[in-house]
Design a protein around this ligand. Sequence first.
Ligand code: XMP
Length: 516
Amino acid sequence: MNKIHSNGIVILDFGSQYTQLIARRVREQNVFSEILPPETSLETIISRNPAGLILSGGPSSIFGDEAPEFDESILNAEIPILGICYGLQLLAHHHGGSVESTGQGEYGFATISVDDDTKLFSKIPKESQVWMSHMDRVSRIPDGWNVLAHSSNGIVAAMANHDQTRVATQFHPEVAHTKEGQSILRNFLFNIATCAPTWTAGNFIDEQVDLIRKQVGDGKVLCGVSGGVDSTVVAALLHKAIGSQSTAVLIDHGLLRKNEARDCVRALKSGLGVNINMFDESDIFLSKLKGVTDPEKKRKIIGNQFIYSFDRISAELGEMKFLAQGTLYPDVVESGVSKGKTAHMIKSHHNVGGLPDDMTFELVEPLRELFKDEVRNVGRALGLPESLIERHPFPGPGLAVRIMGDITKERIQILQEADQVYMDILHEDGLYNEIWQAFAVLIPVKTVGVMGDQRTYESLLGIRAVTSTDGMTADWYRMPADTLSKISNRIVNSVRGINRVVYDITSKPPGTIEWE
Ligand code: XMP
């Protein structure tokens, strides 16, 4: 463990839907945090040299057969512990208090009153709003412990042992609805756990530069760039670490947004001096997609062709021992109980850019420890332009799954133009960063319109904008009516081939974000 990792926080994941959020909130305080499965041994935890331990919430009841196993010696270790929700009940139960199932939980907003404003609740207002989500509750706290706060219906909202080396909240401080949540977490990190705020983008870059150099020696690294923020940051980081030993490659399948490939290459090449090559493979991709309308077939064809192209190009570039990938922490995290089937299912269609099975590269994955917002901070610190850093996620098969029906050069161009107008307006109206993902969809339906004295009979365009945190669930964005009107007017007036615009107001579930 080195400088930026030690004195961080280990989070034991008992299966809460909020575990990754806890990790992010801790890191927002520049403190490293790592998620480990609940059964992790005390020895392993100590080897990470954490300044504190957080026991997450979870769906189980501590009485239930399905309650996750954990190493009870942790509870007596000399590491400060914060228990959250299930974590609070676990601490209460194992220290001799009582937890009861009343069959009546608390869900949603609650108000708490602080009874003890030292340490955990230091400088926290006497009353504040919190977010609760629990079935069981503590009916008697362990001997020698104190109630730090209670909720308006008398339930223990927070408790601690006498010196507050064991503290626990029934509510979720990590959730934005808990008004003072971030201050309460900060109090745990710095008043109780003496964490070190060394987890910064600058320190991360210094460390990775060192690690990359050590890993690759004088070997050569191939870096696939897609135009998205993750792979672009990897390319920039590799450039900083090993300069021309790294070759970045952008395969343009002809289904990117207008100018996207060019802008990305420009930012890396002219902006940072990265050794990047763009390969225009659009003719091959489009010929293979000719006449294909089934979404899954489109995905397969693009995924396979991507591998062929990548294979050929990497052979042309000569001996490359390493392949760099933009894998992020949420893909890596080994959470003992929370990794649900949905996560696996959703990932299975994210096929483009996946590694061919028979390739013999050694992987370089410098972003493995980062959440998306941290990747963005690293990108900023490396000097990448904001337009690239804040870019919405974009699917591997690109516009192929946004052109319903036949994919032709002409239809790609219509969609690119319309999509560009849409994005421009979101930027003009200052809405782009409020939205998680926005895009236009070309629908294979023609409708009648009138322009001037002319009757038109042109294509219908769908526009979509959603808010989300991870793409697993999403809500349609409440776009201001003035913006909608501007988008529709400008697209119909300036993009030939479109005479009508509709806005998609479907959430996920039951819809998906993409239309195909
Ligand atoms: P859905 O449509 O499944 O999308 O709600 C969730 C998120 O995944 C992206 N997506 C893809 N990304 N290859 C990708 O790399 C794909 O085939 C693919 N399909 C959907 C989608 O853009 C959204 O961000």
